[in-house]
Ligand binder design. Structure first.
Ligand SMILES: *[C@@H]1O[C@H](CO)[C@@H](O)[C@H](O)[C@H]1NC(C)=O
Ligand SMILES: *[C@@H]1O[C@H](CO)[C@@H](O)[C@H](O)[C@H]1NC(C)=O
Ligand SMILES: *[C@@H]1O[C@H](CO)[C@@H](O)[C@H](O)[C@H]1NC(C)=O
Ligand SMILES: *[C@@H]1O[C@H](CO)[C@@H](O)[C@H](O)[C@H]1NC(C)=O
Ligand SMILES: *[C@@H]1O[C@H](CO)[C@@H](O)[C@H](O)[C@H]1NC(C)=O
Ligand SMILES: *[C@@H]1O[C@H](CO)[C@@H](O)[C@H](O)[C@H]1NC(C)=O
Ligand SMILES: *[C@@H]1O[C@H](CO)[C@@H](O)[C@H](O)[C@H]1NC(C)=O
Ligand SMILES: *[C@@H]1O[C@H](CO)[C@@H](O)[C@H](O)[C@H]1NC(C)=O
Length: 909
C-alpha cells in the first residue's frame, strides 16, 4: 500500500495533469495530441523502461483501474504484454456503472480491453474491426478472438461505445499503445447462434428480421452447422419475397436443402465489414457466388453489389458481424440461387406432407412437381385418416387453375361442375373419356362447398405457378357406386332403388365399363301409377323395359344444351332436347325437370332425380284387360263374359271399368252363378264407363257435385263426391244415396302417338248394386231415408207426449203422478237416443275418416302399413253396430283392408 501511495504521489508530481478526463472530448483530444508528441519525443527517450503500468500509475484518472489490477493480481500480466493496444478505462467509466473501487476482475475479462495489435490512429480511417485478446468468442472455433469496433471519423475516435480520451500513448519498449477510454464494455457480445435466437424475442428497432432469424435458428441449423466467424447480410422481413407458406416449408424438415440454399446467399465466410475506402472488394458467399462489397460514410454503410445500401452495418457479435438491409438484396426469382417453389413445397408448407406422401406413393408426383400445370388442388385435413386410392387422389386435382375464382361473387352462376383429373376410358370406344366431376357451389352465406359436404376454407387460393391450392374441411371422396349414391343423397326414391336392385342394375351400372345418365323417378311418381304399377310388378319384363329406358348411355349434366340422340340401356334410341332452363324433353313428349342441385354424381355417371313426370317408353302398351289381370277381378270378368260385354276390355276401346273385387261381389251375392242374367247385366253396365267418363271422375272435386258421369246404362249416371281427406265417393244419380268408395285407380297406357281419351280402372270397395236404382228399390233392404223419416216421426211423437206430460205435471202438481211420468219418459228418451246413434253408425263411410291420402305415402313399405291402421278402427266401430248397420258396415270391416293392399302384400295379409 505504501508503495502504491508513493507511486501515485510521484506520478502526480512528475506528470502534469494533462491526462484528466475532459468533459469536452474535442478539447481533450486536441490537448492530448500536443501532449503525445511531447511524450514520444521527450519522455520516451528520458524513461526507456516505461511500461503500461507506469503510464497508468502516472495518471490519477486511472486510479480505479490500477487498484482493480492490483486487487486482481494482474499487474504482472499487464506488464508482460507487448505488441498490443491497451484500452484503459478512466475512473469516470467505473463510476458510470457504479462499480466499487478495487473491484476484482478476471484475466479473461481484462483481455476484452486489450486489442491484439498496435493501433495508431493515423492508420485508422473510419470504421475498423480489430480483435481483442479475449479468445473465447466462438463456441465452435477454439481461440476465436472477440472483435472490437473502432470508429475514427471527423476527429472523433471511439472504441465500441467508449470515447477515446487520450492521444495514442505509444510505449516503444513493449511496442504497445495505451488509450484512455470513458466507458467499460459491460454488455458481453453474443455469439451468432445466441444472437439470432434472442432476436426472435426482441422485436424492436432495426431487428425486424424474424424470418431470417427463424430460418437460421429453425431446425437447429445454426448449431448443427456451427455457424461462427461469418458475416450475415441480414434482410428485413419486408424485403424478403417469402410468404408464410414458403417460410413454413423452408422451416420444415423436408425443406432443409432449400433452406440451406436460401440462407447461403446471405452468408459470407469470415468477418467482412468496416471501411473499404472507395474500393470494391469481391467476396464469395456460401453459395459460391461473387458478392462485391464496398462502403460509404467511411465504412458506416456497407454496399452490396454497388447497389444495395445497408441501413445498419457492422453490428459485431462475438464471432460474427451483421449488416442489416431493408431493400431487396438479391433477385429472389433466380431459381439457381433461390429455391423454386412448387405445389409440392407449398403442400409441405401447408403441412400436408401426408397428402404429398400419398401422391408420391400413387405415382402421381409429377402433378405436384410441375408448376406449369393449370390445375386446382383440393386438400383436406382428413388425409391423415384416409386410405386413399390413386383414383381418389386424382379426384382432388381439377383441371384449370381459376375454375373457382372465376365463379366467386357471381350470383348468377354460383355453382359449377368441376372436371377432376380422375378420368376413365370407355371400353366401348377407347378414346371417349369420362372425367369424374365435382359439384362446386357457393352457398347463400358465401361459403363454398364441394359435393355438398366439403367446405372450402380459403376463399383465395394459395397460388404457386399455375396451380391453385384450396384447403377443404372434409375429405373429398369419389362419388360412390350407384346404390350408395342414391341412398345417401336421395330421400323418397326407395321404389326406384328396389327396382334397380331387382334387375341388378345397381351392379351393372357401376362396373366402370360405360357411363350413364340415370333418370330416377321418385317413389311418389311410381306410386301415382297405382294399379298400373301393380300390373308392372306382376310383369317384370315390362317393368324392366321401363327401367332400361330410364338409363341413358352417355352423360347428360344439368348444363346440357341443344338436342341429341342417345341410346338407352336397352339399345333403343331416345331423342333428348333442352326444353327450358330447368327441364329436358324426352322424345319430344315427356318433360323432366333436372337441376344442378338435384343431380347426384355417382361412380359411373350422373343421376337425375325426377319428380314431375315419369318417362315411359314410347311403345309401351298396357290395356284395361292387362290391368284387370293383376287385380282380384275373376268374378267380375266372369260376369262380363256372361253378359257378352267383353269388347269393352279390348285395347283402345276407351272404356273404363269400375272394379268391385271378387270378394265384395261374392259378399253381396252378385255372382256369375246368380242366374239372374238381367240383374247381372245391369250390374255390369253400371260398372262400365264409356270413353270420357274417367276424366270426370279424376277431376272430381267439391264444385263438381252436379257433374253427371254417364254409365253403360242409358239414362243412368253416377255422381262423385270428393272427401276432405282426398278420397272419392260414387253414388248412382238416379238412385238411392248409397255410396261406394274408389279405393285405387290405374290408367291404361297406349303406345301410339295419337292422344286419346284416358281410360283405366277404378277399384271400388263394394259393387254398385242395381237394386239401388230408383225403379228397383225396397224389396230386400230398408232404405235409410225412409228409416230416418220413421225415426223422426217417432221422436216427434215422443217429444209431443213429453211436453204434454210436463204440462200435465205442472198443472196438477201431483208428486205421485210426477214420479211415475218421469220414470217413463226417461226410459223413452234413452231408447230414442239409441236409435239416433245406430242410424249414424250405419254409414261410417260417410264420416270420411278413411284415410285414402296414404296411398300417396312416400316410403314404400310405410305407405301400406299406415293405411292398415284406420281400417282396424273402422272394423271395430262397424262390429259394434253390425245388427243395425247390415252389409254397409260389415263389408267395411272385412274387405277394405284387402281391397286397398297391393297384390304383392296380398299373400302376406
Ligand atoms: C507485433 O504484431 C505484428 C502483427 O500483429 C507482427 O507482425 C509483429 O512481429 C509483432 N511484434 C512483436 C514484437 O511481437
Ligand atoms: C475466419 O474466417 C476467415 C475467412 O475464411 C479466415 O481467414 C480466418 O482464419 C478465420 N478465423 C478463424 C479464427 O478461424
Ligand atoms: C474516395 O472518394 C472521395 C469522394 O468521393 C474522395 O474524397 C476520397 O479522396 C476518396 N478516397 C480514396 C482513398 O480514394
Ligand atoms: C394455362 O392457362 C393459361 C391461360 O389460362 C394458358 O395460357 C397456358 O398455356 C396454360 N398452361 C398449360 C400448361 O396448359
Ligand atoms: C322432335 O322434334 C324435333 C323438332 O321439333 C324433330 O326434329 C325431331 O325429329 C323430333 N324427334 C322425335 C323423336 O320425334
Ligand atoms: C251371349 O252370346 C252368346 C253367344 O254368342 C249367346 O248364346 C248368349 O245368349 C248371349 N247372352 C246375352 C246375355 O246376350
Ligand atoms: C247371401 O246369400 C246367403 C245365402 O244364399 C245369405 O245367407 C246371405 O245373407 C246373403 N247375403 C246378403 C248380403 O244378402
Ligand atoms: C273442380 O273441377 C272443375 C272441373 O271438373 C275445375 O274446373 C275446377 O277448377 C275444380 N275446382 C277445384 C277447386 O279444383
Amino acid at each position: 500500500m505504501l508503495c502504491v501511495l508513493l507511486i501515485l504521489i510521484l506520478n502526480i508530481l512528475l506528470i502534469d495533469s494533462h491526462l484528466i478526463a475532459p468533459s469536452n472530448k474535442h478539447i481533450g483530444i486536441i490537448d492530448n495530441k500536443s501532449f503525445k508528441n511531447k511524450d514520444k519525443g521527450d519522455d520516451g527517450d528520458k524513461v526507456p523502461t516505461k511500461s503500461i503500468i507506469d503510464i497508468l500509475s502516472s495518471n490519477e484518472s486511472f486510479s480505479n483501474l490500477i487498484l482493480t489490477l492490483q486487487k486482481s493480481d494482474l499487474i504482472d500480466y499487464v506488464n508482460s504484454l507487448s505488441n498490443i493496444t491497451f484500452l484503459a478505462p478512466v475512473n469516470d467509466a467505473f463510476d458510470k456503472h457504479d462499480i466499487q473501487i478495487g473491484y476484482k476482475i478476471s484475466k479473461q475479462q481484462l483481455k476484452k480491453f486489450i486489442i491484439d495489435d498496435v493501433i495508431l490512429r493515423e492508420y485508422i480511417l473510419g470504421i475498423a474491426i480489430e480483435y481483442t485478446l479475449a479468445d473465447y468468442g466462438s463456441p465452435y472455433i477454439d481461440d476465436f478472438q472477440i472483435p472490437v469496433l473502432l470508429d475514427h471519423r471527423d476527429g472523433l475516435y471511439m472504441v465500441e461505445n467508449a470515447n477515446v480520451l487520450s492521444d495514442d500513448e505509444y510505449i516503444s519498449t513493449s511496442d504497445s499503445v495505451v488509450l484512455a477510454i470513458d466507458d467499460l464494455f459491460m454488455n458481453p457480445k453474443e455469439s451468432v447462434c445466441t444472437y439470432f435466437q434472442n432476436s426472435l424475442d426482441r422485436n424492436t428497432g432495426y431487428e425486424r428480421f424474424r424470418t431470417f432469424s427463424d430460418l437460421i435458428i429453425g431446425g437447429n441449423t445454426c448449431r448443427s452447422l456451427q455457424m461462427s466467424n461469418l458475416t450475415f447480410l441480414t434482410p428485413s422481413d419486408s424485403s424478403l419475397d417469402i410468404n408464410h407458406i414458403e417460410k413454413n416449408y423452408l422451416l420444415h424438415d423436408r425443406g432443409m436443402e432449400d433452406k440451406d440454399l436460401f440462407l447461403s446467399n446471405f452468408i459470407l465466410d469470415g468477418m467482412v465489414g468496416g471501411n473499404y475506402d472507395n474500393a470494391t472488394v469481391i467476396y464469395k458467399n456460401c453459395n459460391g457466388d461473387n458478392i462485391s462489397i464496398s462502403s460509404s460514410c467511411l465504412g458506416d454503410e456497407i454496399i452490396i453489389n454497388n447497389e444495395v445500401h445497408s441501413t445498419k452495418a457492422n453490428y459485431l457479435l462475438s464471432d460474427g458481424i451483421i449488416h442489416y438491409f431493408e431493400d431487396t438484396l438479391f433477385n429472389y426469382k433466380d431459381t439457381k440461387k433461390f429455391p423454386l417453389f412448387t405445389p409440392r413445397k407449398y403442400l409441405i408448407g401447408l403441412e400436408f406432407e401426408d397428402f404429398v406422401d400419398e401422391v408420391d406413393f400413387r405415382g402421381l408426383s409429377k402433378l405436384i412437381d410441375d408448376r406449369s400445370l393449370n390445375q386446382t388442388i383440393f386438400v383436406s385435413n382428413d388425409y391423415k385418416s384416409m386410405t386413399s386410392l390413386k383414383n381418389q387422389m386424382l379426384y382432388c386435382f381439377v383441371n384449370g387453375s381459376n375454375e373457382i375464382t372465376s365463379n366467386a361473387g357471381d350470383q348468377e352462376h354460383n355453382h359449377k361442375l368441376l372436371e377432376s383429373r380422375y378420368c376413365q376410358t370407355s371400353e366401348v370406344d377407347g378414346d371417349k373419356r369420362f372425367c369424374q366431376k365435382i359439384k362446386f357451389e357457393i352457398l347463400e352465406d358465401g361459403s363454398m362447398t364441394l359435393n355438398g359436404n366439403s367446405k372450402i376454407f380459403n376463399k383465395e387460393p394459395y397460388k404457386i405457378g399455375n396451380t391453385s391450392i384450396y384447403l377443404i374441411e372434409e375429405d373429398l371422396s369419389l362419388p360412390p357406386k350407384l346404390p350408395v349414391a342414391i341412398s345417401s343423397k336421395l330421400v323418397g326414391f326407395g321404389m326406384s332403388i328396389q327396382f334397380f336392385k331387382q334387375f341388378n342394375y345397381h351392379k351393372l351400372l357401376s362396373n366402370g365399363n360405360d357411363f350413364y345418365t340415370i333418370l330416377l323417378p321418385s317413389t311418389k311418381l311410381w306410386r301415382s301409377l297405382d294399379l298400373t304399377l301393380d300390373y308392372l310388378i306382376d310383369n317384370p319384363n315390362l317393368l324392366k323395359l321401363i327401367i332400361e329406358d330410364l338409363i341413358i348411355k352417355g352423360l347428360i349434366y344439368d348444363d346440357f344444351t341443344g338436342s341429341a340422340e342417345f341410346e338407352t340401356y336397352s339399345d333403343s334410341k331416345t331423342f333428348i332436347s333442352r326444353e327450358n332452363s330447368d327441364a329436358l324433353l324426352i322424345d319430344n313428349s315427356t318433360s323432366v325437370e333436372i337441376s344442378f342441385t338435384s343431380q347426384v354424381l355417382y361412380s359411373d355417371g350422373i343421376i337425375h332425380p325426377i319428380q314431375n313426370n315419369l318417362p315411359l317408353p314410347k311403345d309401351l302398351t298396357i290395356s284395361t284387360a292387362d290391368l284387370l289381370t293383376s287385380q282380384e277381378s275373376l268374378e267380375f270378368e266372369k260376369i262380363i263374359n256372361l253378359v257378352n260385354l267383353t269388347h269393352v276390355l279390348k285395347p283402345n276401346s276407351g272404356y273404363s271399368i269400375l272394379l268391385p273385387s271378387s270378394k265384395s261381389l261374392l259378399q253381396e251375392n252378385i255372382t256369375a252363378s246368380l242366374g239372374d242374367i238381367h240383374y247381372l247385366e245391369k250390374c255390369a253396365r253400371l260398372h262400365i264407363l264409356p270413353p270420357g267418363s274417367l276424366d270426370m271422375i279424376l277431376s272430381c272435386n267439391s264444385t263438381s257435385l252436379t257433374t253427371l258421369i254417364p254409365t253403360m246404362i242409358n239414362g243412368t249416371h253416377l255422381t262423385c263426391r270428393k272427401l276432405a281427406s282426398g278420397g272419392t265417393m260414387l253414388s248412382i244419380t238416379e238412385g238411392s244415396g248409397n255410396e261406394v268408395r274408389i279405393l285405387r285407380h290405374g290408367l291404361v297406357i297406349e303406345g301410339s302417338d295419337e292422344i286419346k281419351e284416358l281410360s283405366g280402372i277404378f277399384l271400388l270397395d263394394r259393387p254398385l248394386n242395381p237394386n239401388w236404382l230408383n225403379n228397383d228399390h225396397g224389396k230386400l233392404y230398408l232404405h235409410l231415408p225412409m228409416f230416418a223419416i220413421f225415426v223422426g216421426i217417432l221422436i216427434g211423437v215422443v217429444c209431443v207426449l213429453l211436453i204434454f206430460g210436463c204440462c200435465l205435471i205442472l198443472v196438477l202438481g201431483n208428486t205421485k203422478i210426477d214420479q211415475l211420468e218421469q220414470q217413463g219418459s226417461v226410459r223413452e228418451v234413452e231408447g230414442a237416443a239409441q236409435h239416433i246413434v245406430s242410424v249414424n253408425e250405419t254409414m261410417p263411410l260417410l264420416s270420411g275418416d278413411y284415410n285414402e291420402g296414404n296411398i300417396d305415402g312416400d316410403a314404400y313399405g310405410d305407405g301400406y302399413k299406415a293405411m292398415a291402421v284406420p281400417k282396424t278402427n273402422n272394423s271395430k266401430k262397424a262390429g259394434n253396430v253390425r245388427t243395425l248397420g247390415k252389409y254397409s258396415s260389415s263389408f267395411d270391416a272385412r274387405y277394405s283392408m284387402n281391397a286397398s293392399a297391393s297384390p304383392i302384400d296380398m299373400n302376406n295379409v
